[in-house]
Each structure stands twice: as C-alpha cells, then as structure tokens.
Ligand binder design. Sequence first.
Ligand SMILES: Nc1ncnc2c1ncn2[C@@H]1O[C@H](COP(=O)(O)OP(=O)(O)OP(=O)(O)O)[C@@H](O)[C@H]1O
Ligand SMILES: [Mg+2]
Length: 218
Amino acid sequence: MNNPACGRFITLEGGEGTGKSTLQSALRDRLAEQGIDAVLTREPGGTARAEAIRALVLNPPGEQAFSPLAEALLMNAARSDHLDGLIRPALTAGKWVICDRFSDSTRVYQGVTGDVSPAVLLDLENHVVGSTRPDLTLILDAPINIATERRSARQGVEDVFENRDKAFHQAVRLAFSDIARREPERCQLIDASRSAPEVADAAWHLISQRFIPAAVKG
Ligand SMILES: Nc1ncnc2c1ncn2[C@@H]1O[C@H](COP(=O)(O)OP(=O)(O)OP(=O)(O)O)[C@@H](O)[C@H]1O
Ligand SMILES: [Mg+2]
C-alpha cells in the first residue's frame, strides 16, 4: 500500500483564493525531490474537451450563469472526459495525479450553494467517478477575509463563481469543512491561513506519512 511507485490520486479542494494552485505546484516539487513525477491537472478541465466545457461554464455567453442543475451536468460531463482521457490512464500507468478541484467542488457549488438535490449529485458522482475516488483530498480552509485579500492581490479576470458576496463564500467554506468532517478517511482539512511554505509542509506531512513513509524519516 505504501509503495510510492504505485500512482496516487490526490485532490485539492477549498474556496477561491485559499491557495489550491499554489499548493499544487509546491507538492509537485516535493514529489520531484522523491523522484516522483506527478501529473498536475484541474477541474473543470484537464482535457481539450473538458477545458472547452470549463470556458463555457466559467464565462457563459451572455454573462449569466447556467442554472445549478445545468452546471452540475456540464461539470460531470467534463469530469467524465477528464477521468477517461487523463486521470485513469495516468493512474493505470502508475503515475501520481494531483487535481486542483474535483467532485467535492460540484457537491459544494452545485449542491450546497446551488441547491441541486444531493441525491441527484450523488447519483451523478457515483456514475461518473465510480471507483476512481481520490486516495486523499486536502481541503484548504481559511477565513473569508484572508481568501478575499489573496484573490484581490492576485488580480485577474473574475468568473461567475468568484464574483459573489461574502455569504456565498462563507457557505462554501462551511460546506467544504462539512465534507472533511463527514469523510475523515479520505479528507484532511488544512489550515490555509498560514504562509504558503507552512501550508505545503502540512500537506506534505500528510501525504508522505500516508504514502511515502521513507520520506518522513529522511
Ligand atoms: N498560504 C498563502 N499565504 C499567502 N498568500 C498565498 C498563500 N497561498 C496562495 N497565496 C497567494 O494567494 C493568491 C491565491 O492563491 P491561489 O491562486 O493558489 O488560490 P486558489 O485556491 O488556486 O484560487 P482559485 O480558486 O481562484 O483558483 C495567489 O496570489 C497566491 O500567490
Ligand atoms: Mg487556482
């Protein structure tokens, strides 16, 4: 189980600006130090077709968002293509995959904040993800004001999800921490209010402890 040569599927989750993409790069570097070449990918996206769906959902024609149900279907269509075209082949080849957002984001954005029935989302998730569940999901948790400051410092084009009020971001935060509480075997909540190196250290500790025990000792 602890053979690092066996590919692992790790997903990074959390609200906007919590530091998922930053952590993804840091984890790639830590894995590279162990001689492990990880595949970095993101959702929605990761394949040409899924990236096309990403562009459609995040910046919909007419600037008005799709309905939460339509979003859930599009996210799952993108995920299905991503799993078939990239994630499963990589894992089968023994590679590690680090994915920036995955199915928990659909549960949160289309379910909790979008009000799509949890039964519908669960059914879709079971069909689309099947047995390709993440080995580990790191959920980045930070107070809303910290994430907001980071987003505004970063500068860039906002999309339909980012451009919402404080109550929305608070609901997102609560929903992610709820998933971490309900699925403690798969999910680990990480205090993302700390500096980027401290967050990377905490995440690396969890990963190496679980999957690369030799790295913990070394
Ligand atoms: N721990 C940290 N401390 C301070 N700044 C950070 C930290 N992590 C990331 N940042 C900075 O905050 C901004 C947002 O980080 P990042 O893009 O990684 O977040 P994200 O979760 O991927 O956001 P999004 O959901 O919008 O893609 C970036 O400018 C990044 O450099
Ligand atoms: Mg990001």
